[in-house]
Design a protein around this ligand. Structure first.
Ligand code: F0G
Length: 467
């Protein structure tokens, strides 16, 4: 490490605590205690980090910028990983057994066609699909599996619509733990299933939906050999919050007006909200970006709740109710977010309200067309990610976002996560019902393959026709 920036992670005490999010309870637990829900009141937990920044906030910012510049030269995860580079704000010691696949380091891409489609002058897309297993889950798995190793677990388990599974499978393989994955049978894209199989996970297919798998996983949590790697686990959120840090660096520390993310189990929105809030607490930001979450119409319990909130009468904290009415039988072709009872909804709702953002839903047609438009920018993403651009179009039309606002949408998964969806869209066979039996809808940007005679003249003629 000669010539490298001095590391500044020495802390006097444990680098944080786990705290119950219920303000009336607020019980605290040690970082190495294996708890997922508060044993006293049953609410979810969050980690409160003690930042290790002897050089103050500005010193920390300089350190991070230097490390980011050095990352391409380094094999040290504390420089090369887009998660471990931010160790000062993570609940781990300097000598932790860092699990890594050099996650993070994802691009922020200009998307002019998608911007025009939404009615914006400019739109940037933070593409988390560039992560090692092709989705945003990898940043959270780096921290979750590191914590699993520290805790002495033998098996890491998750419920998944596919991406969490693929990511857990890879990171468990890296760390030498068994991965056990509960999937809703027949409802996961084959590409994601293939990844989990290839990384050697034990794949358990359940006759039920994601929410049923999630309930089962929570029952398994009391076995000391088992570590839950879903985002109910606050260590997952810690890794995922680093996306906010990397993003703000890419924005040259200029806070965007809006950040837009898809919503499923609500870990991602929780994590982004937490990341930005921590930077604000350190006075590295002067305001929060407005965080908006977009759900698919058939799986939108939080958007439904949001629409009923009375903003005139209550403060942000008072607006979060005790219960969320789940969607019993969630339906969407964006299978990654086919979730009716999101576990992190309270944390996510709180983050959205504190930032002044929105939670809305979009239709299957809107998702599909937005996805094709992102493709036209040469970017591509999986269907769930495209809710962002579909949602932006609606928010601009409704006047919630202004044409000239600085907007970043987070794309969560790689286009090749669900090739079947793309083929069906472009061939005109995508139908609203997820069993494929409904009426196919006409994609606005359909681009089906053309059959052509095997001659140069025929090929040139078809080029001319399409120009
Ligand atoms: N986008 C993609 C591609 C996802 O895979 C998910 C969630 C989300 C968005 C929603 O994020 O749950 O944090 O609100 N996928 C989970 C899984 C549920 O099992 O892979 P969230």
């Amino acid at each position: 490490m000669a010539g490298r920036p001095a590391r500044a992670t020495t802390r006097d005490a444990e680098p944080g605590v786990q705290r119950c999010i219920n303000v009336a309870c607020a019980s605290m637990y040690g970082l190495r205690e294996r708890v997922y829900l508060c044993p006293r009141c049953g609410e979810t937990l969050e980690i409160v980090c003690r930042p290790a920044a002897p050089g103050g906030s500005e010193g920390l910012r300089q350190q991070w910028m230097l490390r980011r510049a050095l990352r391409v030269l380094s094999e040290d995860p504390r420089e090369a990983s887009g998660v471990w580079r931010y160790l000062e704000l993570l609940p781990f010691e300097e000598d932790a057994p860092f699990v890594t696949l050099f996650e993070g380091n994802t691009p922020l891409l200009e998307a002019p066609r998608s911007a025009a489609y939404c009615g914006l002058t400019r739109l940037r897309l933070k593409h988390q699909g560039y992560n090692p297993t092709g989705s945003f889950k990898d940043t959270g798995m780096a921290t979750a599996l590191t914590q699993a190793v520290i805790s002495g677990a033998r098996t890491a388990v998750c419920a998944s619509t596919g991406n969490t599974a693929a990511s857990l499978a890879a990171y468990a393989a890296r760390s030498g733990l068994q991965a056990a994955i509960l999937l809703p049978r027949g409802q996961v894209s084959p590409s994601k299933l293939a990844q989990s199989l290839d990384y050697g996970a034990l794949v358990l297919e359940i006759d039920g939906n994601f929410d049923a798998c999630m309930r089962l996983v929570q029952e398994l949590g009391d076995d000391p050999s088992i570590y839950i790697a879903n985002s109910i686990n606050p260590f997952r959120i810690e890794g995922q919050k680093t996306v906010a840090f990397e993003l703000i660096e890419q924005c040259q520390w200029q806070v965007p007006d809006h950040i837009v993310v898809p919503g499923g189990n609500m870990g991602n929105s929780t994590a982004l909200g937490k990341g930005f809030q921590e930077l604000l607490d350190l006075r590295l930001l002067d305001r929060l970006p407005k965080l908006s979450v977009i759900q698919a119409e058939g799986a939108a319990p939080l958007a439904r709740l949001f629409a009923t909130l009375d903003f005139t009468k209550h403060t942000a904290d008072e607006l979060v109710p005790e219960r969320l009415e789940p969607v019993e039988n969630p339906q969407t072709l964006a299978t990654a977010i086919k979730i009716g009872a999101p576990v992190s909804w309270k944390k996510a709702l709180r983050a959205v309200l504190q930032s002044g953002g929105q939670i809305i839903s979009v239709s299957e047609q809107e998702i599909a067309d937005a996805k094709a438009m992102i493709g036209r920018d040469g970017i591509g993403c999986e269907p769930a990610s495209a809710t962002t651009v579909a949602g932006l179009k609606k928010l601009v039309a409704a006047g919630q976002i202004v044409r000239t606002d600085d907007v970043v949408a987070v794309l969560t998964g790689h286009a090749l996560k669900d090739p079947d969806y793309m083929i069906r869209y472009h061939e005109g066979n995508l139908s609203v019902s997820s069993d494929g039996k409904g009426e196919p809808f006409a994609g606005a940007f359909r681009n089906s393959p053309k059959r052509v005679a095997a001659t140069k003249a025929a090929i040139l003629a078809s080029l001319e026709r399409e120009r």
